[in-house]
Design a protein around this ligand. Structure first.
Ligand code: PA5
Length: 426
């Protein structure tokens, strides 16, 4: 469950446009709004193909047995959700059998060369993901890593170590995978990249990593069942309406704040989800993020005393930690910390949240929306993905933009193709 608490937001009930929320709810449910061809994620947790899911589980388990490292090749919606889910669920420094590394999200020659060196003599497999099947960055990374795998294990063995996730029929990746005999899984036509975490895009790599994806779907279905009201008792709509109200009051940026380091890529995924969905037609909050305590010792100064009226914070509070540790007694107490003996790290972290909210809201005059997350596990991941997807649909429609396209991303691609001399691009 996610609860939205607006007591520190500075908003009054009538700042939130409930009438518009109700109208937009109808538009979402009846699929009559802009970009309605891309609302497949709305029912997906209940309607996805269970036979395909079983096939994925088998293929993932067989790949898992053969490798130690999985290279996930993809960018944007074909990258961020996987990393967000994996780091939130398995943690950053895990000792699990499979390590996931990423490629295709950068064209840094140094990164690619160092990754290639790291993979030398490692038992690795590749999961290449691209909905369009034509994106340059993952295309180039895949070409390079596929060649390396062929050299390391031979073309025949490579076939069992490469899985492609792409469109059912279109795009270069589909043609390539079919020609070379790689296993493929489909990204549905009606689900856009940044809404695709719960499709094979996220689910297949997470299965290879050994994550319990059934629980992810349990969480997503809980969210589907909970977030059905057409009004502000729907917590996802309450969040959307609050951020929209702050935007209308002049705030132009929102920082998603988490006190859990392993939520860093949830922040990154959220930034893409909201940034690509809303930043168009000269509108949209600028989504940024911070991890506290880390950023309290850098951006915290700006948040407390820098330019006012621009930024507000949306603060994630985790109620139940996955693990906790007690502070133990030191006989000399040279660091002077014995006064904390008996408390746990989570209790202290929670106290920090209270102290920071008080400092930022009361003395810093920085509006805060509080997002209370029950815990940080597979179920929560499914829940939060659905929660934010529904929230961004509402929020984008409140702004009167199409939340499901990203025409701006095409402009750099066109320029790059022109400069590189891609055939057919003038
Ligand atoms: O949300 C989106 O649609 C984008 O961010 C895409 O996911 C990103 O551009 C990658 O595209 P593709 O999966 O086609 O390679």
């Amino acid at each position: 469950m996610i609860k939205v608490d607006l007591q520190y937001s500075g908003l009054e009930k009538n700042d939130l446009n409930e009438t518009k929320v109700k109208d937009i709810h109808k538009m979402i449910i009846n699929k009559t709004g802009k970009g309605n061809d891309f609302l497949g994620w709305l029912e997906w947790p209940k309607t996805f193909d269970k036979n395909e899911y079983e096939k994925m589980k088998k293929a993932a388990s067989s790949l898992r047995d053969k490798i130690d490292v999985l290279v996930v090749v993809g960018i944007g919606g074909s990258y961020l959700g996987i990393r967000a889910a994996d780091e939130m669920i398995r943690g950053i420094n895990n000792f699990d059998k499979i390590k996931i590394v990423y490629a295709g999200h950068t064209m840094s020659s140094t990164y690619v060369a160092q990754l290639s060196k790291y993979l030398k003599n490692k038992k690795f497999g590749i999961c290449v993901i691209s909905k369009s099947g034509t994106t340059t960055e993952p295309g180039l990374a895949f070409r390079t890593l596929e060649q390396q795998l062929n050299e390391q294990v031979g073309i025949e063995k490579s076939k069992d170590l490469i899985v492609a996730i792409t469109d059912k029929s279109k795009g270069a990746l589909k043609t390539l995978a079919d020609n070379k005999g790689y296993l493929t899984f489909v990204i549905p036509d009606n689900i856009g990249g940044r809404f695709s975490v719960l499709t094979p895009v996220g689910i297949f790599p997470l299965l290879v990593a050994g994550v319990n994806t059934d629980k992810i779907f349990t969480g997503a279905i809980k969210a589907m069942n909970n977030l059905v009201q057409d009004n502000l008792t729907n917590e996802a709509y309450k969040y959307a309406a609050a951020r929209n109200a702050l935007y209308n009051k002049g705030y132009k940026a929102e920082a998603l704040v988490s006190y859990e380091l392993q939520m860093q890529y949830i922040n990154e995924w959220w930034k893409q989800l909201f940034g690509e969905s809303e930043g168009k037609d000269g509108k949209g909050l600028y989504p940024t993020s911070m991890i506290f305590s880390t950023d309290l010792h850098s951006l915290g100064q700006w948040v407390q005393q820098g330019t006012r009226g621009v930024l507000f914070e949306s603060v994630i509070k985790i109620v139940e930690p996955v693990n906790d540790m007690k502070i133990t007694k030191d006989k000399d107490d040279l660091d002077g910390l014995n006064y904390l003996v008996g408390k746990t790290f989570h209790e202290i972290n929670s106290t920090a949240i209270e102290g920071v909210i008080d400092a930022h809201v009361n003395s810093g005059k920085m509006p805060n929306i509080i997002l209370e997350f029950e815990k940080m596990d597979e179920e929560m991941l499914g829940y939060l993905v659905y929660f934010f997807e529904l929230a961004v649909a509402m929020s984008g429609y409140l702004l009167e933009v199409n939340p499901f396209d990203q025409p701006g991303v095409e402009i750099y691609k066109y320029n790059m193709f022109k400069l590189l001399g891609k055939p057919g691009v003038k």
